[in-house]
Design a protein around this ligand. Structure first.
Ligand code: ADE
Length: 245
């Protein structure tokens, strides 16, 4: 199921200026991946033709009448394992069409996602993501096809789809041309190992709660210095581990 690849006339020469990223996702619950890319920044990225996201239903490669994709694990124990054959067929089908820079398995035992990794992946052109389910995938699939395992945190989700959505969102917004004001991603939390400073908008006085006067001063140098100090204070208070590196 292709989730959009609009190339409108307005953006017809975008490929000359911007890289186009294609992300394929293998899932047993593709419906979980419909909404996250159909709104806001991810939708805009696809409408501009900078990002294309394609979700593939593993069941299409399932075995037999019931399109089976999972089975009991050898050695006993609760929980099903995603089978080799449907996954191999699906991977071979996709790999026959293009080369992928990375084939990523979303799993709680993977490398923990961080901003640096999202930055790195945003420079790639073709990514293939596998969403795990049940007890996980047969290890032979990991050995044969997976180049990178990524976890979005030390907790267990029911499946890799929400993790894939998080990964695609964090990468997608970094692709040049996706954000309106490209500098805004540069000032995100974590880009320089610091949390972002507090932000304010109108009104300047809300029931007696004032916006810090420096932000109304028009003095860019002083504002930048204030923001930096706020970032530093916030990071020291909330995430001192970031300052240790
Ligand atoms: N699948 C289940 N839990 C996950 C996690 N924390 N990160 C990535 N994929 C997952």
């Amino acid at each position: 199921m292709a989730l959009n690849f609009a190339f409108s006339a307005d953006y017809s020469n975008f490929s000359l200026q911007f890289k186009i990223m294609r992300i394929d996702i293998i899932s047993v619950v593709p419906a979980l991946l419909e909404s996250p890319f159909e709104h806001s920044i991810m939708k805009r990225a696809q409408d501009k033709g900078i990002l294309s996201v394609h979700v593939h239903n593993l069941r299409q490669f399932g075995l037999g009448k019931h399109q089976q994709v999972d089975d009991y694990q050898y050695g006993g124990g609760a929980g099903m394992v995603m089978m080799v054959e449907p996954l191999s067929k699906c991977f071979d089908h996709l790999l026959a069409q293009r080369q992928y820079d990375e084939v990523i398995y979303l799993t709680p035992d993977g490398e923990r996602l961080h901003q640096g990794l999202s930055n790195q992946l945003s420079l790639k052109e073709n990514l293939l993501l596998l969403c795990g389910h049940y007890k996980g995938v047969d290890e032979r699939i990991r050995e044969k096809y997976i180049t990178r395992d990524i976890s979005i945190g030390d907790f267990v989700l029911s499946g890799g789809e929400l993790a894939a959505a998080v990964l695609v969102d964090s990468i997608g917004r970094l692709i040049p041309g996706v954000l309106n004001d490209e500098t805004s991603a540069l000032f995100d939390s974590f880009q320089d190992q610091l949390l972002a400073p507090p932000v304010y908008t109108r009104p300047a006085d809300y029931e007696g709660m004032q916006v810090p006067p420096i932000l109304l001063s028009g003095n860019d140098g002083a504002i930048n210095e204030w923001r930096y100090q706020q970032s530093l204070q916030r990071t020291k208070a909330r995430r001192p581990d970031l300052l240790e590196d």
